[in-house]
Design a protein around this ligand. Structure first.
Ligand code: AMP
Length: 284
């Protein structure tokens, strides 16, 4: 019988040893990369791994290289003990929580850049972000050597970047995209929702409502994508959002902007509410 429980590892050597133990027992491995401050969205990825028969391995690392100089790296919520409890309850078996030095020992001269699909949306608004993400995810994949890795559709552009990186570099891992987990009223769960005041929490819902509206409108063709998203952007500003960074309809794979929907598409938005940057998207 396999032992149960959550093993906490902090070094790559210990991670590889733990993973090798499960492999020797004939098990497959499912990696769930996270930055911690876990919520039901993260837990759904662990459950996704369990449903596919994988041993779930969750990484918790607030990756400094994917934050811009004016972004919330230092303020990013951290709650290691709370995270471990949630992972234990979800049935996760290994948590990899490395230090910065374990992830980036010494001078790092190698980065991974995915072009094209990072040209729009969050790409130009967060310079260096996707390079930071692609590089750290490459490292986590090579450290854990899983069969599958699980990512949320909540970060839709990130999911496409990772899928493309794995394809282009022939990395032998399957990337599984999982549906966005929402609060009862529709707000997408996010670690950053902890920043929202009660008043902002109410206003935040406008984004989800407008995404639903635009998806419906462009699906039935009542309005073009640019007309529908212009109305939605204004509704966000009227609803109390301070800055609408983008609100657009894109091709689901290439992430190129669309004027009319003829195939798989995604309505996708980023906007600021006080000090909080919220992103969300829906399938059209
Ligand atoms: P983060 O800790 O925010 O970097 O997210 C780690 C992983 O969890 C990423 O693959 C996210 O897309 C995913 N994730 C975050 N929020 C949600 C959510 N509400 N539903 C599903 N997946 C999510």
């Amino acid at each position: 019988m396999e032992s149960t429980g959550l093993l906490v590892v902090r070094t790559v050597a210990d991670l590889r040893r733990a993973v090798a133990g499960f492999r020797k027992a004939g098990r497959t491995i499912g990696l769930v990369p996270t930055m911690g401050a876990l919520h039901e969205g993260h837990v759904s990825l662990v459950k996704g791994a369990l449903e596919r028969g994988d041993v779930p391995v969750t990484s918790i690392f607030v990756n400094p290289t994917q934050f811009g100089p004016k972004e919330d790296f230092s303020a990013y919520p951290r709650d290691e003990e709370g995270d471990f409890t949630k992972l234990r309850e979800a049935g996760c078996r290994i948590v990899f929580a490395p230090t910065k030095d374990e992830m980036y020992p010494g001078e790092q001269l190698t980065t991974v850049t995915v072009a094209g699909i990072t040209d729009g949306l969050c790409g130009p608004l967060r310079p260096g972000h996707f390079q930071g993400v692609a590089t750290v995810v490459s490292k986590l994949l090579l450290m854990a050597l899983p069969d599958r890795a699980y990512f949320g559709e909540k970060d839709y552009q990130q999911l496409q970047v990772i899928k493309r990186m794995v394809r282009d570099l022939a990395m032998p891992f399957e990337i599984v995209g999982m549906p966005t987990v929402r609060e009862q009223d529709g707000l997408a769960m996010s670690s950053r929702n902890r920043y929202l005041s009660t008043e902002e929490r109410t206003k935040a819902l406008v984004m989800y409502r407008q995404l639903v509206k635009v998806a419906d409108t462009v699906r039935d063709g009542t309005k073009s994508c640019s007309e529908a998203t212009a109305v939605a952007s204004q509704a966000l500003r009227d609803g109390g959002f301070d800055i609408v960074e983008y609100f657009t309809v894109v091709d689901a794979d290439s992430l190129k902007p669309l004027e009319h929907v003829t195939g798989p598409a995604r309505v996708i938005a980023a906007a600021r509410l006080g000090r909080t940057r919220l992103i969300d998207n829906l399938a059209v």
